[in-house]
Design a protein around this ligand. Sequence first.
Ligand code: ACO
Length: 353
Amino acid sequence: AAMESGAARKELDLEAYTEGLEARLGKSREMMRVVLNKAKSDPKRVALAEGTDEKMIRAAFQLQEQGIAEPVLIGSRKSIERTRDRLGLDFEPEVVDPRDDDYEGYADRLYELRRRKGVTRSEAEELIRRDTNYLGSVMVEQGDADALLTGLTHHYPSALRPPLQVIGTAEDANYAAGVYLLTFKNRVIFAADTTVNLAPDEEVLTEVTKHTAALAKSFNVEPRAALLSYSNFGSVDNEGTLKPRRAAEALQNDPEVDFEVDGEMQADTAVVEDILEGTYDFSDLEDPANVLIFPNLEAGNIGYKLLQRLGGAEAIGPMLVGMDKPVHVLQRGDEVKDIVNLAGVAVVDAQNE
Ligand code: ACO
């Protein structure tokens, strides 16, 4: 009997688990479906800097086939066509081959943009021919593509640097940041900054909060932002806790900020209704936060990875916010679906330009 009940319990747990999983995946699929449908309504040109990579070619096929984007693969034409044929993908992708002479103009443009940063004309030529992140960035800067995706085969900072140098931040922004959308059974969380700013000061935290809240809105989520720390509303005073506290104050005093925001607070205060309504009922957050702003890159990067791996969240990202044009830097090892999803996000972003 003991065995029987053990087995029954196992079955039940499994059922609950699968249900939870479905609900969670359901939520992220639903959000992505909305984004991808919006992308399909007006597909944009998305340059894939790692055009010879097998996953990028598979993603390009799906993007074109499903009408989500018009992919442009950057890289050796021969190599791309060989891989396409080996994979048996029946499509004619648009290819920009850095060895073709047609792209000489991009070296001129890169030189123009970077000559006062120590780049010579011949170095610019070299960068365009050898580093597709530069070519892709100049394409987007020039409007020859609407968005850029890269990062799959690169160390994250080396894929990020060319777009930062060439495309740069939006007019009203000084800092880029990486946001993950994490979907759980009954809620979604936008977590930032998870990939860019190593040791943000209060100004960076303030800006990252604004960008992340704007991103949440673009997903039709009403943002409620928490600036996270290890102290609650002044319970510990030091340099580390003051930064998120001051950022929260700056945002609360900014007449242009039209979303709920508070801090500094601990992570459980931010997400547990009973704590917010009980001990901290004076908080400006009426409901648990869905925009979580981490105090530094260590916390942000570790935090979202734990939520993804142990908390079972589905993660979409990293979505780069604050840039002048849509650019997303993937992580090494990301899957085709991650590329397609981020391309969809980039297209919707480009539609709003
Ligand atoms: N936002 C916007 N632009 C920036 C930022 C920022 N946060 N930081 C630097 N830049 C700009 C600079 O202004 C500069 O532009 P300029 O040359 O036109 O003046 C350009 O980017 C390059 O700046 P550098 O100072 O030369 O670059 P740096 O070496 O500081 O690199 C980088 C910037 C790549 C963002 C760096 O801060 C970094 O490595 N961050 C951490 C990235 C990382 O490792 N993430 C975690 C891993 S991601 C994952 O999960 C795999």
